[in-house]
Design a protein. Structure first.
Ligand code: KIV
Length: 274
């Protein structure tokens, strides 16, 4: 008799418990099929609002809506069984008040069944993070370079490269940790700052362009697979899929034009007569 081990999905407390432990592996996914491929290898799948830029060709993440995040969150949940799925709160869906954030986060949890949400902002979001976590919504925070603030930041450049600027980032990190976030993404900050934050706060830091000093790492899947044409300096390409996909499409187009495809293996004949 074969005994099948029950697969249990990782939870926000499981990730919190990994502080200073085995590095947390995270990647983004927006689809059921990529979620299925990631699921066995990562601890966290983030349905990032980067989907606006990656899937929809938008210039920033600002136009992404809650409905878009819910739709793709549901797909990722259907495709995965064991990773913690975190759905990003899009710009405008949580900043107004803790109540607005709770209303929209509750919709995300109810409609996707994912295990946590992510929101951008440090000290300014601490009250909201506390409000959400006290009401059953696990929160992953996001500090450093926060893409939803592109219009006030002015560019996607790295933050904290001058030690004189560190105060704000250290305060942001402490504020989200003390407010009850179970982890914090630190994006595009200088390595010594990421190391200092990671050493000082009690929750895991998940770096993206923030060095190996963090408790875990995340990348946008399409960037590391070589599907994105322009990527930031911190992305390492683990594949060059764009070339492979283009070669496959070209081969298909050539074979259709030359009537080589469909061949005998890909057509249905008549049923044999009885
Ligand atoms: O939206 C996203 O994909 C993200 C990651 C870059 C952390 O927030």
């Amino acid at each position: 008799m074969s005994v099948q081990k029950e697969i249990r999905r990782l939870t926000a407390p499981d990730i919190l418990a990994r502080k200073k432990g085995e590095p947390i592996v995270a990647l983004t996914s927006y689809h059921a099929h990529t979620a299925g491929l990631l699921d066995r290898y990562v601890d966290v799948i983030l349905v990032g609002d980067s989907l606006g830029m990656v899937m929809h060709g938008l210039e920033t993440t600002l136009p992404v809506t809650l409905d878009m995040m819910i739709l793709q969150g549901r797909a990722v949940m259907r495709g995965s069984k064991q990773a913690l799925v975190v759905d990003d709160m899009p710009f405008g869906s949580y900043e107004e008040s803790p109540q607005q954030a709770f209303r929209n986060a509750a919709r995300v949890l109810k409609e996707t069944h994912c295990g946590a949400i992510k929101l951008e902002g440090g000290t300014r979001m601490a009250e909201t993070i506390r409000f959400l976590t006290e009401r059953g919504v696990p929160v992953m925070a996001h500090i450093g370079m926060t893409p939803q603030s592109i219009n006030t930041l002015g560019s996607f450049r790295a933050q904290g490269r001058d030690e004189a600027d560190w105060g704000k980032f250290l305060e942001d990190a402490q504020a989200v940790a003390k407010a009850g976030a179970f982890s914090v993404v630190i994006e595009a900050v200088a390595e010594p700052l990421a190391r200092r934050i990671t050493g000082e706060i009690a929750i895991p830091t998940i770096g993206i362009g923030a060095s190996a000093a963090c408790d875990g790492q995340i990348l946008v899947l399409e960037d590391m697979l070589g599907l994105s044409s322009r990527v930031p300096k911190f992305v390492k390409r683990y594949g060059e899929l764009a070339g492979q996909i283009e070669a496959s499409i070209k081969a298909y187009a050539d074979e259709v034009r030359s009537r080589k495809f469909p061949g005998p293996d890909h057509v249905y004949g008549l049923k044999p007569k009885p």
